[in-house]
Write a protein that binds this ligand. Structure first.
Ligand SMILES: [Zn+2]
Length: 418
């Protein structure tokens, strides 16, 4: 062992400075952070991070979908590398810590190890995943989903945004060329993947703990519905003759609530987060509605039962109202079971570092969900103020972030030399 976990101290002021600088690269004025995939702000954010990686002496590579790989080559480069990383894209009206802590924090962990004179045996690789957030194409974890083989290159090529712009259009704008077929990773490409992330929930703060180690990631799924009714004048079309797409959508949103609350599991959650109607005029009966519904659970069986109930309710509601229904399952993903040995290793390191910790379930999904398809995976969580996330006031203190970086640095060093 050529390192001592207790002596690994990140340069916290430098990391805070970089977190703040990246937060200013945004499509909206501070404190709001918005960086949608391949927008001008996202491209500037990527350039910012690439630059820091280069300055840290890491070798950069970008794949055809824009995943960025920054490698510190170890003394045994033929062995599978140890990977870490997260995302820097941000939904509209987000904060500055989601994803970014796992990218800039991981970079700081690598710099800390280098400054301590550490020599990795297995190479260490920082991965910055393309589009963890589903904003552009309605599908989350685009980059890691392709890497993990859960999304086929053929299906990825068919993705389009609301304006009909395809993934190929967008990635060309982002300077990413080459075949998507070259993106998926072979099994065991990495020896391990460990993602540092803010909890985005209240548990660690409530229990006054420094670190959460993720044992399981809940299984997400997304439905997209297009409802086509009959529009008309809000005064002239009488109620019995209506085929109101907006009302059908409203009933479906309530059916989502009742489907997820009736599974008997507190872990089943459902959200109708997108609900748009056309033409959107006060004196016009809605002729069209679009809904996007997110359903998740730690158990596949109860999640799938809720999905089936929502789908049959939607069909019945639309039939009764004379509204045409098109329903698409955008994704129905399995949960991820994290690697028990990794979880144990990290718990031991927390103990060595004198940091309080517990194991937990991630109810939000992350790139780790898909990396778990190709290599042993887990996540390190740090507390989120009030559990806030996906809003400008999401917050983790410099000390909380520093603790996460210390654990990550010690973890990478340990697995690299294992
Ligand atoms: Zn995230």
């Amino acid at each position: 062992m050529n390192y001592w976990p207790n002596t690994l101290w990140p340069n916290s002021p430098r990391l805070q400075h970089e977190l703040n600088a990246l937060a200013l690269i945004s499509e909206s004025p501070p404190p709001v952070v918005t960086r949608v995939l391949f927008s001008e702000a996202d491209l500037r954010g990527r350039a910012f991070v690439n630059n820091l990686c280069r300055e840290a002496g890491l070798a950069l590579r970008e794949d055809a979908v824009g995943n960025i790989f920054a490698r510190w080559t170890g003394s045994a480069p033929e062995l599978p590398a140890v990977a870490t990383g997260s995302h820097i894209d941000a939904i509209p009206n987000a904060g500055k810590f989601d994803g970014v802590v796992g990218v800039l924090g991981a970079l700081e962990a690598l710099r800390t190890l280098r400054a301590a004179g550490f020599q990795p045996r297995r190479s260490l690789e920082l991965v910055i995943f393309t589009a963890e957030e589903p904003t552009r194409f309605g599908l989350g974890c685009l980059g890691s989903r392709l890497l993990g083989g859960v999304l086929t290159p053929e299906r990825a090529a068919r993705l389009a945004d609301r304006d009909g712009q395809t993934l190929d259009d967008w990635r060309a704008r982002g300077g990413c060329t080459g075949p998507l077929a070259a993106v998926p990773l072979p099994q065991q490409h990495y020896a391990a993947f460990v993602e540092l992330h803010i909890e985005q929930g209240p548990v660690l703060e409530q229990e006054n703990l420094a670190i959460g180690i993720v044992e399981k990631i809940a299984a997400p799924s997304t439905l997209r519905l297009q409802l086509t009714g009959v529009g008309g004048h809000a005064g002239a079309v009488l109620m019995p003759g209506r085929h109101d797409a907006g009302l059908a959508g409203a009933e479906i949103a309530l059916a989502v609530e009742s489907a997820v609350t009736s599974t008997g599991s507190p872990d089943t959650v459902g959200t109708t987060g997108v609900f748009r109607i056309e033409p959107g005029a006060v004196n016009s009966v809605p002729c069209r509605a679009w809904l996007e519904i997110d359903v998740r659970d730690t158990q596949t069986a109860t999640r799938d039962a809720a999905l089936a109930q929502i789908e049959s309710a939607a069909a019945a509601i639309c039939a009764r109202r004379g509204v045409q229904l098109e329903l698409e399952r955008l994704n129905v993903d399995p949960p991820a079971i994290c690697d028990a040995r990794l979880v144990q290793t990290i718990a031991g390191l927390c103990h060595t570092l004198g940091l309080s910790h517990r194991t937990m379930i991630s109810r939000a999904y992350h790139d780790s969900l898909f990396m778990a398809q190709v290599c042993p995976t887990t996540m390190i969580f740090i507390p989120s103020y009030q559990g806030y996330s996906h809003r400008p006031d999401e917050y983790s203190s410099p000390e909380q972030i520093e603790a996460g970086v210390r654990v990550l640095a010690a973890t990478l060093a340990t697995i690299s030399n294992a």
